[in-house]
Every structure is written in C-alpha cells, then in structure tokens.
Design a protein around this ligand. Structure first.
Ligand SMILES: Cc1ncc(COP(=O)(O)O)c(C=O)c1O
Length: 376
C-alpha cells in the first residue's frame, strides 16, 4: 500500500531533543523556541513569531487579539478545516461563509466583497494547498475599510505571492507543523504578528495572560495576571524537534516540488484531454508543493477513482466537507445559502500521496493508475 502521508524525520530531531533535556529547560519559551522563532522572523521577514501547540491555537490567539466580540461578523471560506471557523466562533463571532473560486479552492474575492458589511470585523483567508489567495485584491478590500486580515496559512509555509512570503500579508497569520504538513513537530503551529501594535498583547495572551515574557527580559521585576490568555506555548521538546526540520527546509521543499512537478507532468495529458482538472499554475504565485490534487467531474467519479486507487494499493483521500453545510453550522444557522464552488470541491477534489520519501516510481505508478481509470 502506498500510504497517503509519511512523516519525514531529518535524523537530527533526537539530538536536539537530548540537548533540550540536557539544558534542563523543557517547558516553553526556551532556547529552541527562540531559535525557531528567530529563524522564521529572519527568513521571511515576519515581525514577530510565537510558536504554538497548533495552527488551531494560533488562530484562537488571533481571534483574541482581533478583539472579536459577540455581534462581530467574521468572513471566512467555507471550504476549509474546522479550526478556521471554531477559533472565531469561540469568541462569539457571527460567521459569514464565502465561496471559493471556480477554478481553485481559494476565496472568491468578488463574493467576499459582496459579504462585507458595517459589522465586518475581520476577514480570514486560507491559502489552500499552500497557494496564495489573490492578495492584491484582498489587501485593497480590507485596507480601504479598516478590516483586520488573518491568514490561515496552516498549509503555506515557504510559499510566496509575487515574491512575498505568505503569512506576511495579514495582521496575523497561523501556520501548522502537524505531522501532515511540509515541516513537522507532531502537533505544532505558529502565530505571526505583522502589525507591531499587537506584539506585546500577543506575548501576554501566549503566556496565559501574564507578562512573564517581559519578566524574562528583565523589563518588570515580577510577573502577574494582566489580561486574558491561555497555555498556548509548546514545550521545548516540540521546538527542538521543529528546529531539526528547519535546518532541512530547503531540502524538504526541493524534494516536494520535484515530486509535485512530476505528478503534474504525468497527469497533464489527462487534463489536456478534459478528463480531470489540475491545480492552476501561476508562476507569480509560488506554492510550496504541500498538496497535489486533482478534480474529478462529479462525486460518483470521485468515489469510483478513490476505490480504484485503493484496490490498486494507493491511499488517496478527499477533504474538506464545506463548513456551511456541516451539521453543527446548520444547527445554528439553517438559512445559509448554498455555495456552489465550495460544494463542488467538497465533492470532486482528491488529494494524492505526497511526502518526502515518496519515490518517483511510486508517482509513476499512481499516475498510471489514474490514467488507466480514465482509459478503461
Ligand atoms: C486550513 C487549515 N487551517 C487550520 C488547520 C489546523 O491545523 P492544526 O492541526 O495545526 O491545528 C488545518 C489543518 O490541517 C488546515 O488545513
């Protein structure tokens, strides 16, 4: 069986974990946490990075920082993971679901524009598959109206839009290092704060509502409870693991891009024949090869293709179930109109295996199975 995902270990994870243990500081915000944060700040020119347990935690921090209150509207795509929505709902936001583009799952900016009201407090965008949303159009929409922008960049580490890293556009951005992502630490994530006005409060929320970060920097003589917050820091063991991955970032990304390109080349004839759709390629929008997906014609073809792959030893998957149609959202808002493109991707998108240790021969095999399915 060719599995859908295999977490890649660079080989230095244990060495750094041992170092963290030897330093006798294995809780959070120690040497390895700082090394990881400054790596990202330097490499991508992010103003401030804070490691978290997950992208979910980073989104929850962003929702607190955005000061979301009951009655505030937050616009977000429906075709996304539940955490994009939960983080804001937990603060009492009214969720306004936006459709995807017709040709890719990213947010449809013209629909987004039509959803903005006087109550819109924040817009959350998701860079699906690590491919940037239409940032020029989105920035001009939110900046004109003074709306906070949050990038759910869970899938988008080391991706670029017009040479600028994703995660550097929003007031806040959330990244994930879950074991299915390009860079991993088991569970793990990071909040990026690009607007300096929010940095001090972000550190407080991160440190359970205390000014402990200032205390460590000897800016205050004792630390105390100054705001709301929670336990958002990962342990040093997680940060040490992540640091090993960061050292191999270029290697990992190059390998994934090579594998992604091979899929594209092998499946291109099927796309040309009109049998499947492939992700759009835009050289200005330089993705990180996080996901390779194909779009089938309809749900029955998708299920048949998934079954064919499974019967031939390939584990491919579909995701997400559009959130506006989810049982939970329907229970709180039964008047939600349908969102054509989000529903289409829910029914037709297939993710193929893509991970560092996947071989070229395995990709040739998987692609041949897909070609065989369409030629039979
Ligand atoms: C778009 C998106 N947002 C948020 C998350 C949550 O990430 P995490 O598992 O790190 O909390 C995911 C997870 O896959 C995701 O795909």
């Amino acid at each position: 069986m060719i599995g859908f995902n295999k977490p890649y270990l660079t080989g230095t994870e244990f060495k750094y974990i041992e170092q963290a243990i030897a330093l006798q500081n294995i809780s959070g915000n120690g040497v390895f946490t700082k090394k990881c944060q400054s790596f990202f700040e330097k490499k991508y020119n992010f103003s401030k990075c804070l490691l978290t347990h997950s992208a979910t935690a980073a989104l929850e921090m962003a929702a607190i920082l955005a000061d979301i209150k009951p009655g505030d509207e937050v616009i977000l795509p429906s075709y996304t993971f539940v955490s994009t929505a939960n983080a804001f709902l937990l603060r009492g936001a009214t969720l306004i679901f936006c459709d995807s583009n017709e040709n890719d799952p990213n947010i449809d900016v013209s629909h987004l524009k039509s959803l903005i009201t006087g109550k819109t407090k924040a817009v959350v965008i998701v860079h699906y598959a690590g491919v940037g949303c239409d940032m020029d159009a989105i920035l001009s929409l939110v900046n004109e109206r003074n709306i906070l922008l949050i990038e759910d960049a869970a899938q988008a580490i080391d991706s670029y839009y017009k040479k600028r890293p994703l995660g550097s556009f929003g007031h806040f951005a959330a990244f994930s290092f879950h074991e299915t992502k390009n860079l991993i630490s088991g569970e793990g994530g990071m909040l990026v704060i690009n607007d300096n006005r929010f940095i001090q409060r972000a550190e407080i929320i991160w440190e359970k509502g205390t000014n402990r970060a200032s205390f460590y920097r000897k800016e205050v003589s004792k630390y105390c409870w100054v705001d709301i917050g929670s336990s958002f820091l990962p342990s040093e063991l997680t940060a040490a693991f992540l640091f090993a991955q960061l050292e191999a970032l270029d290697l990992i990304q190059q390998r994934r891009r090579d594998l992604w390109n091979l899929y594209y080349k092998l499946l291109y004839p099927l796309k040309e024949a009109g049998k499947i759709k492939l992700p759009p390629i835009d050289i200005e929008n330089y993705g990180n090869a996080h996901i390779f997906y194909t779009i089938t014609e309809n749900i029955s073809q998708r299920d048949a293709l998934l079954l064919h792959l499974e019967q031939n030893g390939v584990q491919a998957i579909f995701h997400y179930l559009a959130l506006h149609k989810s049982p939970y959202f329907q229970s709180i808002n039964s008047l939600q109109p349908s969102l054509r493109n989000a529903e289409h991707f829910e029914e037709t998108l297939i993710r193929l295996p893509l991970y560092y240790e996947l071989t070229e021969n395995q990709i040739i095999y998987i692609s041949n199975q897909i070609i065989q399915f369409y030629n039979r």
